[in-house]
Design a protein around this ligand. Structure first.
Ligand code: ZN
Length: 135
């Protein structure tokens, strides 16, 4: 079970999505690389989808009634973007017990530095109760 342990001893389990004590960050020095990669991956998928549509058009003319190509664009894009983002994204946890922020020192390293808060705030990474609707 993936977990991160705070210096105070509290264990932060990371076994589900939408954790109120977890966030992701990418450093400003990688901001252009991060967004350029998202654009590149998205354009690549769009080009592939266009080629697939063209291929399907040819198949439809040559083999009427042939089944559509089985391409799940959303899953392909999610995989490509997740892989890209993992190269630049660090994980951050806010300890629910002591409030420390644990910031991963490099993407995927699993090594964390902790920072002690100056006040009693404990839920700095929690979102609004109602996230914005997605399309
Ligand atoms: Zn703690």
């Amino acid at each position: 079970m993936p977990t991160v342990q705070c210096r105070c001893g509290h264990v932060l389990p990371d076994v589900s999505d939408r954790l109120p004590y977890k966030a992701y960050l990418h450093v400003d020095e990688h901001d252009e690389l991060y967004w350029d990669g998202i654009v590149r991956e998205t354009l690549g998928l769009l080009r592939n989808a266009r080629r697939q549509t063209e291929r399907q058009g040819v198949l439809d003319r040559m083999l009427p009634g042939a089944p559509d190509a089985d391409v799940d664009d959303a899953a392909a894009l999610a995989d490509a973007l997740s892989e890209h983002a993992a190269r630049y994204t660090r994980q951050v946890y806010a300890c629910e017990a002591c409030g420390r922020l644990l910031v991963e020192t490099a993407p995927g390293s699993g090594d964390y530095r902790s920072f002690v808060p100056e006040d009693d705030e404990r839920a700095v990474l929690a979102s609004d109760p109602e996230p914005p609707a997605t399309a």
